[in-house]
Design a binder for this molecule. Structure first.
Ligand SMILES: [Zn+2]
Length: 218
């Protein structure tokens, strides 16, 4: 069972759109009743990588749900294989879940960093965290690094500081000796995530950003 199928079954197998044709689903290849593609994705849609038959007549009820349900693109979701389930998570919920340990082989996590922009769930992979354009491993190593990032936030480092080359002095100078040592250590341990555009860092910063802080900065 793939991630989309488990999510759809977990959601109660909804069929939100009329299926007026029959044939092979353009996305998953199943022979089914089909909904025309233009009713499911926008004219600008280009994400046909991995589709069974992109030039086909339409998509099956499951794929129509996966691509047309705006809520699936708007926020994070946890999908489990056994039993098949779909759970919506807020950013703090995602952070708690990823702090709790490595992602299991039968779980998939979808986290839109730019909500609404892309269809992530239909291409999600078991045992990985799907963000825009990439599926990330989440092992003990990533759990440890997320905790280091948590510690730096607790010590007063904001989102933009976390990706800087060195810990900003105006925060460091206010730290007591023990905190100063902790900050330097956490900073060094986070080095693997600190190169430009690192997707784990982008995910970790996103899920640990307090909602109210982010909104007030807009
Ligand atoms: Zn399909």
């Amino acid at each position: 069972m793939d991630v989309l199928t488990a999510a759809w079954v977990g959601a109660g197998s909804p069929t939100p759109l009329l299926s007026t044709l029959t044939g092979q689903c353009s996305h998953c290849g199943a022979h089914e009743h089909l909904t025309p593609l233009r009713a499911v994705v926008s004219k600008q849609f280009t994400g046909f990588d991995g589709w069974a038959n992109p030039s086909g007549r339409g998509v099956c009820p499951m794929c129509a749900w996966g691509y047309s349900t705006a809520e699936l693109r708007a926020g994070a979701h946890l999908i489990t294989r056994k039993p098949a389930s779909l759970t919506s998570l807020g950013r703090a919920g995602v952070a708690d879940f990823l702090r709790s340990g490595p992602l299991k082989a039968g779980d998939a996590l979808v986290v839109p960093l730019r909500p609404g922009r892309k269809h992530l769930l239909p291409a999600a992979v078991w045992g990985r965290v799907s963000i825009e354009d990439v599926d990330l491993a989440w092992s003990h190593q990533e759990v440890r690094l997320l905790r280091q990032l948590d510690q730096l936030r607790t010590l007063g480092f904001g989102s933009r500081m976390l990706t800087a080359a060195a810990p900003p002095f105006h925060v460091m100078k206010n730290l007591a000796q023990e905190q100063f040592r902790q900050a330097l250590q956490a900073w060094d341990l986070l080095e693997p995530w600190r190169q430009q555009g690192n997707p784990w860092m982008a995910l970790a910063v996103h899920i640990t950003t307090p909602t109210t802080t982010k909104e007030s900065r807009r």
